[in-house]
Ligand binder design. Structure first.
Ligand SMILES: [Zn+2]
Length: 234
């Protein structure tokens, strides 16, 4: 049974089931779904109250899961294979050439390479292209949002891009924000969400209640966007 509660400005949806047990159980899945299993004789109000008292923990769990990069299927780097860029699928076209280049033309990512069968080299060329695009776009988006929500504590927060295996981004106490280059594959609104999330860490380094209050204020729609990012990149 689909149910929901309101926690601050956030709606938490959950699937309610009854079972022959004494206490109420809550489970948060890696895809953000929430299961609540309640004792058969519990009233709806009691259940809602209990879920509300656990709301902070639920949000924390959901946020924990999104900080891990979902696995992407293995890539072959052959013509016809699709690759993501800013939320859209593009088809690879590998062309043998004396010069090397990567270009985005219409719906295609065209890779000119000296040896069509050298997959490692093609992968390197493509990743290099992603890095240059990330450098441009992620910096642009970061600069825009840091000017809207400047850090009250630090004068010059810095941005660094890196290929990361398990996280979309991070922020340390010196104001150094790191973003995963892989983000350049996600829709722009997802990129903005991750950046605003990290910018909020300039005020609260942890995932405290105050942190979420600030995130809710700066990016009210963030839960939906987070879920989209999760599904998109899975
Ligand atoms: Zn965080």
């Amino acid at each position: 049974m689909k149910q929901s509660i309101k926690y601050g400005t956030t709606i938490i949806e959950y699937n309610l089931e009854y079972s022959d047990r004494k206490t109420l159980g809550i489970k948060v899945h890696p895809d953000s779904r929430v299961d609540v299993i309640a004792p058969i004789d519990s009233t709806n109000n009691k259940i809602k109250e209990k879920v509300k008292s656990k709301a902070h923990w639920i949000l924390k769990q959901q946020d924990y899961f999104i900080s891990f990069r979902p696995l992407t299927p293995p890539r072959k780097y052959i013509s016809g294979e699709t690759h993501l860029y800013l939320g859209k699928q593009y088809r690879l076209k590998i062309k043998q050439s004396r010069e090397e280049s990567v270009k985005l033309i219409d719906g295609n990512i065209i890779i000119e390479t000296v040896n069509k069968s050298n997959k490692e080299k093609i992968k390197k060329q493509l990743n290099h292209w992603y890095e240059s695009k990330a450098k441009k776009h992620l910096n642009e988006i970061f600069n825009k949002w840091i000017s809207i929500y400047p850090s009250k504590k630090l004068k010059n927060p810095t941005l660094e891009l890196q290929w990361m295996k398990k996280r979309w981004g991070s922020c340390d106490q010196n104001g150094k924000i790191k973003l995963n280059v892989e983000l350049i594959k996600a829709p722009k609104t997802c990129v903005v969400y991750v950046i605003v999330h990290e910018i909020c860490h300039l005020t609260y380094l942890n995932h405290s209640k105050d942190f979420y209050k600030l995130l809710d204020k700066n990016f009210p729609n963030w839960r939906k966007v987070k879920t989209r990012l999760e599904y998109f990149m899975a």
